[in-house]
Write a protein that binds this ligand. Structure first.
Ligand SMILES: Cc1ncc(COP(=O)(O)O)c(C=O)c1O
Length: 354
């Protein structure tokens, strides 16, 4: 049996899987640890499922292209934005030769997808003000993909548009610049979609997991020039989306669905601003970061103690202290009004002791 256990590729054995919120913390009744949207809608299925689904369902591609303001040839749908990240690395990076640039603290899946495909990362930390170190990005070698997350997870800040443009310009002929807009609906003016017309090397990642409150659906989008989308279609599985997923996603993108999404974004943004004001009044929080998304980063004296204390009240938040460039920070996702009230009460209970 131990022989069988050893059969996995060495590169696979070396991987520490992404510690997703669902994998790393269980229990609790208030989940504020995965940047989900607590304001869920109900969906109903109408179809038969005896046939294989389309690889890229035209109704869904059409609905998303329309929502994003791009052409249908510029859209790929996948199992979450996570699959978009994976497909980009598999389609564009030669293992052992090409590299991807990541700018931590940032979303962990870029590095994990690269590692699992034996693609090396050039790590260019964000500067102290959480903007890009553009000079250091330009100095990297063998770069094929640059991942820029804006709004950035977990810091909540926006990467300045002029920096994104500078990186796009520098790599116009040589590399793709991937702007991860998973949280863009919370700061819609910051989208880079308009830059697609000028930069054929721009790739934008989107998802229904956040503002659209459909993390359980696993549905994300890659937006880019048609030739990039075609390269990704070469690598994608023949039936990546279950038919019920496409059916629900089309409902979410209907005008009624978009209206509901906009309402939930305005509720969440108001709850976030209220929570930031509350948190700035708690002296145990050494720093409360500004946020353009549905989460807030807080710096404390002892992040593990805070996570455990709040968890003992049934509320799960995320310790982000292991991220390069961050120390003793917790990330709180914005939940429903009731959940935020429970969180505030819990914080007040421990604020004097931690
Ligand atoms: C910045 C960022 N990009 C992508 C994703 C993955 O999104 P999806 O649920 O569509 O795979 C997440 C999920 O938390 C994220 O925070």
């Amino acid at each position: 049996m131990s022989g069988i256990n050893n059969l996995a590729r060495d590169s696979v054995k070396a991987i520490t899987p992404y510690a997703s919120a669902r994998r790393s913390m269980s229990g609790g009744s208030v989940w504020l640890n995965a940047n989900e949207n607590a304001l869920a809608a109900e969906y109903h299925l109408h179809g038969n499922y005896n046939r294989y689904p389309e690889c890229q369902p035209p109704a869904l591609i059409g609905a998303y292209a329309n929502y994003a303001g791009v052409d249908t040839t510029q859209v790929l749908v996948s199992r979450g934005a996570d699959e978009g990240i994976e497909l980009l690395i598999r389609s564009f990076c030669e293992p052992g030769l090409d590299r991807v640039v990541i700018c931590p603290p940032t979303y962990g899946m870029y590095a994990i997808s690269a590692q699992s495909n034996q693609v090396q990362c050039s790590v260019v930390p964000l500067l102290a003000d959480f903007t890009l170190d553009v000079a250091a990005i330009k100095a990297t070698e063998h770069t094929k993909l640059v991942f820029i997350c804006s709004p950035n997870n977990p810091t909540g800040d926006l990467i300045p548009r002029e920096q994104i443009v500078e990186v796009l310009e520098f790599y116009k002929e040589t590399a793709l610049v991937v702007v991860d807009e998973a949280y863009i609906e919370f700061a819609p003016n910051a989208t880079t979609v308009d830059l697609l017309a000028s930069y054929p090397n721009l790739v934008i990642l989107r998802t229904l997991s956040k503002a659209f409150a459909l993390a359980g659906l696993r549905c994300g989008f890659t937006i880019a020039a048609a030739n990039i989308i075609n390269a990704l279609k070469q690598m994608i599985a023949p039936y990546p989306l279950a038919a019920p997923v496409a059916e629900i996603a089309v409902q979410a993108l209907s005008s009624q669905g978009q209206q509901r999404m906009l309402q939930s974004v305005s509720i969440i943004n108001a709850l976030r601003d209220d929570f930031i004001e509350f948190a700035r009044g708690i002296s145990a929080f050494k720093q409360v970061y500004a946020s353009n998304a549905n989460y807030v980063l807080l710096q404390v004296n002892d992040a593990a103690a805070w996570v455990n204390a709040i968890a003992s009240d049934g509320i799960l938040v995320r310790n982000q202290s292991s991220q390069l460039g961050l120390s003793q920070v917790i990330r709180v996702s914005i939940g429903s009004p009731e959940e935020m009230q429970l969180l505030k009460t819990s914080i007040q209970r421990y604020a004097g002791t931690l």
